[in-house]
Design a protein around this ligand. Sequence first.
Ligand code: 3PY
Ligand code: MG
Length: 256
Amino acid sequence: MLLAERLAADEAVFAGWSAIPDPMTIEALAGTAFDTVLLDMQHGGHSEESILRCLAPAIAAGKPGIVRIPVGRFDMASRALDYGAEAVIAPMINSVEDAEAFAASMKYPPMGERSWGVSIVAARDGQSDNLKRLKTANAETLSFAMIETRRAYEALDGILAVEGIDAVFIGPSDLSIAWTNGAAVNPKLPDMSDAIADIVRKARAAGKHVGIYLVNMADAGPLSEMGIKLFGFGAEAKFMSVGADALLGEAKASLG
Ligand code: 3PY
Ligand code: MG
């Protein structure tokens, strides 16, 4: 099932966050119970080359690929879609102009200015009917604008009004830096919970999806009730340390 369909059905979707730019890592991550894999170019180690190579094992495993591009790299948003990503997350979308530039790179005309070139994605998803792809791509690939600064929060109504923006993604670490005027980085900052609730309420009222970087796993339920449906967390180093410590603890406990 497409990521767009799952989110439209209001299902909670969990994305395994990847920072290690290797197809074998993605093969392993796509083999877990995660619904999707999220390749991070902004703060993770992913590059144009690794996005090209790492989307293939995700697609082969039936797990939609999501790519977070570096700040302002809207050319890379189009390329990620050309390589088979079903969604792109753009960090630091702080103004209507940022949102319009991002949306233009994500959507074919007349909604946007995305350029045509689908040989790679077609080989990967087996869809060879170009006209069908042209008619459906704008709805089936999702643009997530990250809201993680005060400027973004203040411009939220305008950002949500941009037609080619399908969703927002909340970055709680950067938002906390903004909320404390640079005094702290605390993705659990209680002071910003009203702002987060406000972002979710406005986005859902505008018919847009909402995602977040999940800090406390147990918050997924309440946040989903609030209207956030895409949850990303990780990355691999975290999965390895939690898994390794649990297994090692079990083995050591058996020593008595
Ligand atoms: C943030 O919390 O600022 C993020 O961008 C999540 O990765
Ligand atoms: Mg951030």
